[in-house]
Design a protein around this ligand. Structure first.
Ligand code: TRP
Ligand code: ZN
Length: 880
């Protein structure tokens, strides 16, 4: 296989830039096919650079029209230019102004990186390396410049012109039908934070007054007609601004904060300074088209991008290896924000579910990499669950280790010391070490070691002495490039539950091994001793999921049931239910796979019934308990030789047993829950989540009017959450009325692309043999569009990552289908294609027949003569 080692970028090779660009003046003449960009770059040689050292600027597919220094055209012999670089052989040794003119074709830009058009609106996406598609530049995050952007466009085509920072001038250009605006951003920033937007956009406006009394104009810009769907986003923005002041003491720093929603976007959103650009699915929300999950996502993504203003923009990354410096920290911050806005335990459960279902499999397969990678071929492929979600867990552990006060002091020091810097993980950690006096060198391994550590816990209780000793052993298996791994520092939060369910106050011997109720596991194996326990307590380990590890505590089913009823830590109550269900599902899977007759365990079925009707538990929490481990969770648990059809069957068997045993309660609850007028509040959302689960269980029960009940819910729903929940149950359980409900949904939402995405996803995730053909048919549906990433992800992405049994069909047709799609999309949009192909990442864990079919599909992609660097990187790592 051809590898391209020459194009690997390595952390150890980092060199500071030889030249700096202090100021950038851009003049952008927008035109759909022939946009002209004039860049005036104020450049100076770094002190450490010898005079006459060549200067190489990055480019990507650029066409250079003009190059001047100090008003003089540069002689051709003084420079070398290609679409991907511009080298000045001997730049002036004193500061100079370089003028570059490039010509772009935004409407031909299908990769959605650089300057492109989305439904007629001009917009940009520059992270990570998109600015080099606009002009030649030192396109690296440690080159910070002050930007002034003049945007000129046809006034009728693009009445709204937006840039970073504050608006300083605008006007008409007489007699041309064109107009212009000049934006100035006083804060030096790396090129990846540059943005401009121009188009026919409507907006909603608001105002925010910061804690120190400065007024900020807020604007959210969308396609005309969608203004009424922006209120939730605006509300979320204002709450984010207040929260960052109150919790981190961080205020906004410009007179304007604008958000633009576009419909063609590769990721969720982008934190461009003062001008965040969003995938419209994370801005638009109303009860008719958005689910409760959508509301929660809008709130979280708005917060995430806003919080980047400090953790990302004011303090940016030295190089892309430090990506988690801004992303892990900012995810942590948005998770904390959502916890404060909603239910903290329910948010924690949702975050851990996401971590386990996305990051753990990544960390266990061929795409595993450390939170801070040391090498990459394509940086776009490192915007991963590991960098984001595990990166956030590492920050959370830091807070657990230091305690609230020292963590906040460390954050304050980080902000004051590094404001205006392009920083590193070492500098970040040094702030926390300094304020706490802790040595964080062992903790820093979390950034460097790939893989999910396992902890084996073995308790031994001696009633004679009232002593309990707990031995914790950590194992971190080999991952690609990291065969031997040292012991890590793992915070294990712990509690003891007494015989009557009461919380026991117990502390171990040896104060240096513990911080409050957190054990500090720092050796491969360590024994903690606890006294004053005459009768055996039930242990509650890893409370709140205090570290991203897999815990093997081999509790008895009786202890897990006891924990489910009594643990004062809601997370572990949920976890104990998941553990019980996982064990039961594993047993059912093994039996089904060997062809044995098997029935579900009645004790577990009864325990779930208890939770269902336990009025003391809030409804969102009950919904989380009723939501059994997913197919991918079980595949991960099984680990190798996975047979997805039997996983599906095992889940179905257990769900049917639960559904039938409690059919009455499910039917009654479905009637009584969520009857009041819609509000997106967390409490009401929890009620609707529980109702949806009730319908799901009812559908697999023996209740004979079940199809009619679910159909009625689908028909009578007055909000998208309820409508989609009922539709999903009808389609996935193939109940009578499913086709009519699909048709009704389609008729109702035909004009609304984001709602139709849900219609695509429901069908793509249906666990039946006919689904693949249906997905293929839907690619020809009028609402489908290969050039829109949301459409592609809603149909193809949902099929390949959300429908395990059908994607991994035993005949390999799911793999072939995805390979075809990837080849079709790769030249058009490499980032999107690379993300889709990542669905193969767990192929080696499948049983042999499926694994070899997956390998064949991957090999076929790898053999393509033309393949983007993005897709080739993923495919080759999957096959390595
Ligand atoms: N920085 C963005 C975020 O965290 C991520 C992002 C948006 C991105 N668009 C991108 C990353 C395009 C790579 C390419 O929210
Ligand atoms: Zn981010």
């Amino acid at each position: 296989m051809a590898t391209q080692d020459q194009s690997v970028v390595r952390l150890e090779d980092y060199q500071p830039p030889a030249y700096r660009i202090d100021a950038v003046g851009l003049d952008v003449h927008l035109h759909p096919a022939e946009t002209r960009v004039t860049a005036k770059l104020a450049i100076h040689r770094a002190a450490a650079t010898a005079p006459g050292t060549p200067l190489t600027l990055d480019g990507d597919g650029l066409q250079l029209e003009r190059v001047e220094i100090a008003g003089q055209a540069l002689p051709a012999s003084d420079y070398a230019v290609t679409p991907s670089s511009l080298t000045l052989h001997e730049p002036p040794s004193t500061p100079f102004e370089l003028v570059l003119e490039t010509r772009l074709n935004p409407q031909a830009n299908t990769a959605l990186m650089g300057l492109y058009r989305s439904s007629g609106t001009y917009c940009t996406q520059c992270e990570a390396e998109g600015f080099r598609r606009i002009t030649y530049f030192l396109d690296r995050p440690d080159v910070l410049s002050v930007y002034t952007t003049r945007i000129e466009a046809d006034a009728a085509e693009a009445p709204v012109l937006l840039g970073n920072g504050n608006l300083v001038e605008s006007g008409k250009i007489e007699g041309t039908g064109r107009h212009f605006a000049v934006w100035h951003d006083p804060h030096p920033k790396p090129a990846y934070l540059f943005a401009l937007v121009a188009g026919n956009l409507a907006s909603i406006k608001d105002r925010f007054v910061t804690a120190s009394g400065r007024a900020v104009e807020l604007g959210i810009y969308v396609e005309p007609g969608k203004e009424s769907m922006c209120d939730w986003a605006m509300d979320s923005l204002k709450r984010s601004m207040t929260w960052d002041e109150q919790v981190f003491g961080l205020e906004y720093d410009l007179e304007v904060f604008n958000i633009v929603a576009v419909s063609d976007f590769n990721m969720g959103a982008m934190e461009n300074k003062g001008l965040n650009i969003f995938n419209d699915k994370f801005v638009l929300a109303d009860p008719e088209t958005a689910t409760d999950q959508d509301y929660a996502h809008v709130e979280a993504v708005i917060a995430h991008e806003y919080f980047h203003n400090w953790t990302g923009n004011r303090i940016t990354c030295r190089d892309w290896f430090q990506l988690c410096l801004k992303e892990g920290l900012t995810v942590f911050r948005d998770q904390e924000f959502s916890s404060d806005m909603r239910s903290r335990p329910v948010k924690r459960i949702a975050d851990v579910r996401l971590l386990k279902s996305h990051q753990f499999p990544e960390d266990a397969g061929p795409l595993a990499h450390p939170v801070r990678p040391r090498a990459y071929r394509e940086i776009n492929n490192f915007y991963t669950a590991t960098v984001y979600e595990k990166g956030a867990e590492v920050v959370r552990m830091l807070k657990t280790l230091l305690g609230d006060a020292d963590f906040r002091a460390g954050m304050d020091l980080y902000v004051s010391r590094h404001d205006g810097d392009a920083a590193t993980i070492e500098q970040f950690l040094a702030c926390f070490a300094e304020v706490s006096g802790m040595d964080l060198s062992q903790f820093a391994l979390w950034y460097d070691l790939a893989g999910t550590p396992r902890i084996d816990a073995v308790p031994a209780h001696d009633p004679a002495t009232g002593t309990l000793s707990l031995t914790l052993t950590q194992t971190l298996g080999p991952t690609p490039n990291q065969p031997d791994k040292p012991a890590m520092l793992i915070p294990v939060r712990i509690g003891f539950i007494g015989a009557n369910g009461e919380e026991l106050e117990v502390r171990p011997r040896g104060a240096d091994q513990v911080r409050s109720d957190v054990l500090l596991l720092s050796q491969r194996s360590q024994t903690f001793t606890f006294e004053g326990l005459p009768s055996r307590p039930v242990l509650s380990l890893l409370r709140g999921f205090s570290a991203p590890v897999t815990l093997n505590a081999s509790q008895s089913p009786a202890d897990l049931l006891f924990q489910l009823r009594h643990d004062s830590d809601p997370f572990n109550r949920w976890q104990s239910a998941q553990d019980l269900a996982t064990r039961e599902l594993m047993r059912l899977y093994a039996a089904l796979r060997s062809g044995d007759a098997v029935t579900a365990d009645t004790a577990l079925v009864a325990a779930i019934g208890e939770v269902l009707t336990n009025e003391a538990l809030d409804q969102a929490f009950r919904a989380q308990v009723l939501n059994l481990p997913g197919e991918a969770d079980l595949a991960r648990e099984i680990g190798k030789d996975v047979e997805p059809d039997h996983i599906l069957a095992a889940r179905r068997l257990l769900r049917a047993a639960i559904g039938s045993a409690h059919a009455r309660q499910f039917a009654d609850l479905a009637e009584t829950l969520g009857r009041k007028p819609f509000s997106p509040s967390a409490a009401d959302a929890g009620e609707r989540a529980l109702k949806g689960l009730c319908l799901g269980y009812l559908a697999v029960s023996e209740q004979n009017d079940r199809a009619a009940i679910v159909t009625r819910h689908a028909r009578e729903a007055d909000n998208m959450t309820d409508r989609l929940a009922a539709l999903t149950v009808l389609v996935h359980e193939r109940l009578d009325g499913a086709d009519d409900a699909l048709a009704a949904f389609e008729a109702r939402h035909a004009g609304h692309a984001l709602a139709m995405d849900k219609w695509f996803t429901v069908q793509a995730t249906s666990p039946h043999a006919a689904t693949l053909t249906q997905v293929d048919t839907l690619t020809r549906h009028a609402a489908f569009d290969w050039s829109n990433p949301n459409r592609v992800r809603a149909l193809i992405g949902a099929f390949s990552t959300g429908n395990q049994s059908q994607f991994t069909r035993a005949d390999g047709a799911g793999f072939v289908f995805l390979a075809d799609v990837v080849e079709r999309l790769d030249q058009r949009n490499p980032q999107l294609a690379a993300r889709l192909v990542s669905a193969f990442r767990s192929w080696q864990a499948l049983e042999r027949g499926r694994a070899s079919l997956a390998e064949a599909a991957l090999s076929r992609i790898a053999a393509s003569a033309i393949l983007s660097r993005d897709t080739r990187d993923i495919v080759e790592r999957c096959l390595a």
